[in-house]
Design a protein around this ligand. Structure first.
Ligand SMILES: O[C@H]1[C@H](O)[C@@H](O)[C@H](O)[C@@H](O)[C@H]1O
Length: 576
């Protein structure tokens, strides 16, 4: 696949600008208002048809190069189909990371005719995270070179090979290699699915649609826990558990044979025709001229990075990502949020909640684990409704303090239970079912709720932070941070329990959650309702928290007051 060569692009930026300004002035300003038009709700052909766009002058637009043309339509079945099919990757992510804890219990002597050692278990668990870390480093660039859709289909192939190797495994190493290959698929899917969804989503519900991926993810974890509990005592039940993962991945592959890639990707490749077709299908009510305007604008705002070959392009993109202030800020936010998501300790509960609950006196630990992952799922659903309406920033700033308090309470409760570790053995001062044990369960469930509402969900909105020309590498860095964090936590949690006690471990997570609240308060602008291209203007000369909140609010008002705007077509929307 070749890179799009800008020199052959039929679009010249200044020509485009002129053309667009003329259109803005003559066609879109029938009432004759002067200056750079902020916003209109008039049909291009001047008819009475339902209005489907607004024109927006972006914030801090010093060089005045662009006028945003945003579709303002509801969601269509086509966009919904694309979203649901892409988010099957989320399900695979959740299911494949979720089934392993129960599979490990039921494998018994099925591999090499001997029990798995503690180290074997760690290797089998960590292999998927390692595979995901490796593939996420390359996935972003691959998505730009080969396309989003072919990469997702490639991840399906990895899932199938990985699952077959595991289902038929007679030896430990075959199982571990199967998990590693499955991890390649998980890493690719975890990056590309949210990226794909954010590129096809209408801006006002982009957050929600991306959360569908997280819903499938946490739902996948819940289903894996449920199936795992049901199959624990079935002979070779773990093979069935792994085999079941083949169904969704084959469905996704089958659908993608017929579905297109994103318009933004087609434009990167210079395929204007295909981009227009997909946009038109996504917004059937938009006029042809409007689609064309949108396409032109996307070309203008998303100039691709120069370079003779892939290596040079990747190098230039990485340079652009680190040297351009808006990109660097996006990178700090993207990696920062993914790091916070992992280092505040949630996955230690996903992987080891059974151990923790047994230690504090619960015999039916798998039931409690299902309650915890069920809470994760339900509050991801709450995030689904809140993320665009209440906004990403607010739910983060509700979630992180809530997590901090829950972790502090757990830390205190662990102190009173008095657990210490001698080797791998937990010794409990006040054993059995105590009131401090109940406090721990209750606050772990509350922690799960606050986690899922904010930091469990928001970091996966990462694609919206980066402009198209560095979106691939940018999301790669952020996703790799996530998997590196997950790997570190999975492999150090038990050691932390032993060395700094459970009370110290939870206090450590609490202090990180507290620091993270400040990070989000100072560095994370409100991006709900903003165009992907508009986010760059926000990050251009600072984190612009205040400006972002004003802008997001105004975008919401625009949508809410469409009727009023028809009567009153000129409103200056944005001031610097
Ligand atoms: O957003 C997800 C989700 O919160 C999962 O429950 C967790 O296991 C993943 O690591 C995370 O990336």
């Amino acid at each position: 696949m070749s890179w799009h060569d800008e020199s052959s692009s039929p679009y010249d930026a200044s020509e485009l600008r002129k053309q667009k300004e003329e259109q803005v002035e003559t066609e879109l300003n029938p009432l004759g208002h002067s200056g750079s038009v902020a916003m209109f709700e008039e049909d291009l052909d001047g008819g009475d048809a339902e209005k489907d766009y607004v024109m927006i002058k972006p914030v801090n637009d010093e060089d005045d190069t662009s006028v945003m043309i945003t579709f303002n339509q509801g969601i269509t079945p086509f966009i919904l189909t694309l979203t649901f099919v892409a988010s099957i990757s989320g399900f695979m992510f959740g299911y494949d990371t979720g089934y392993i804890s129960s599979a490990l219990v039921s494998i018994g002597t099925d591999l090499d005719n001997k029990e798995l050692t503690y180290g074997d278990r760690e290797i089998i668990t960590a292999a998927t995270s390692l595979g995901a870390l490796i593939s996420s480093i390359f996935a972003g660039t691959a998505a730009d070179v080969f396309g989003r859709k072919p990469c997702i289909m490639f991840s399906n192939v990895m899932f199938v090979i990985g699952a077959i190797l595991q289902v038929t495994a007679k030896s430990f190493w075959q199982m571990a290699v199967g998990r590693l290959i499955m991890g390649f698929g998980v890493g690719i899917g975890s990056l590309i699915s949210p990226l794909f969804i954010s590129e096809i989503a209408p801006k006002m519900i982009r957050g929600r649609l991306t959360v569908i991926n997280s819903l499938w993810l946490t739902g996948g974890q819940l289903i894996a826990y449920g199936c795992g509990a049901g199959l624990t005592h079935v002979n070779n039940g773990w093979r069935i558990l792994v085999g079941l993962s083949l169904i969704p991945t084959c469905i996704q592959f089958g659908f993608f044979v017929f579905l297109p890639d994103t318009p933004r990707y087609y434009l990167m490749k210079g395929n204007v025709q295909r981009a227009s077709e997909v946009l038109q299908k996504s917004y059937p009510e938009a006029t042809e001229e409007l689609v064309q305007l949108k396409v032109n604008e996307m070309i203008q705002l998303n100039q691709s990075i120069p370079g003779k070959n892939i290596g040079q392009k990747v190098w230039n993109m990485t340079k652009e990502l680190h040297t351009k202030p808006a990109n660097l800020r996006a990178l700090i936010i993207g990696c920062g949020l993914q790091g916070i998501q992992q280092f505040t300790g949630w996955n230690s509960l996903m992987y080891f909640s059974g151990t923790i609950f047994e230690t504090v006196g619960f015999t039916n630990s798998s039931a409690v684990s299902i309650i915890v992952s069920g809470t994760n799922f339900i509050f991801t659903l709450v995030a689904f409704f809140a993320i665009d309406k209440i906004g990403r920033r607010k739910i983060l700033l509700i979630g992180l303090p809530g997590m901090t308090v829950s972790l502090v309470v757990c830390s205190i409760a662990f102190h009173f239970i008095g657990i210490t570790f001698v080797g791998n053995e937990a010794q409990v001062l006040h054993g059995g079912f105590t009131s401090w044990g109940i406090v721990i369960i209750v606050f772990i469930v509350i922690f799960a709720g606050f986690y899922a509402l904010g930091i469990g969900t928001v970091p996966w909105q990462q694609s919206e932070l980066f402009p198209q020309n560095v979106r691939g590498v940018g999301t790669s860095f952020a996703t790799a941070t996530n998997w590196a964090g997950s790997l570190v936590i999975a492999s150090t949690f038990l050691t932390m329990l032993q060395n700094i006690t459970p009370s110290g471990t939870f206090a450590f997570f609490a202090s990180l959650a507290c620091l993270s609240t400040f990070f989000c308060y100072f560095c994370y602008p409100e991006l709900s309702g903003l165009e992907l291209e508009e986010v760059q203007t926000i990050l251009k000369d600072g984190f612009n928290i205040k400006a972002s909140m004003v802008l997001a609010k105004k975008r919401k008002q625009q949508v809410a007051s469409r009727e009023k705007l028809k009567l009153e077509p000129t409103h200056e929307i944005i001031e610097a």
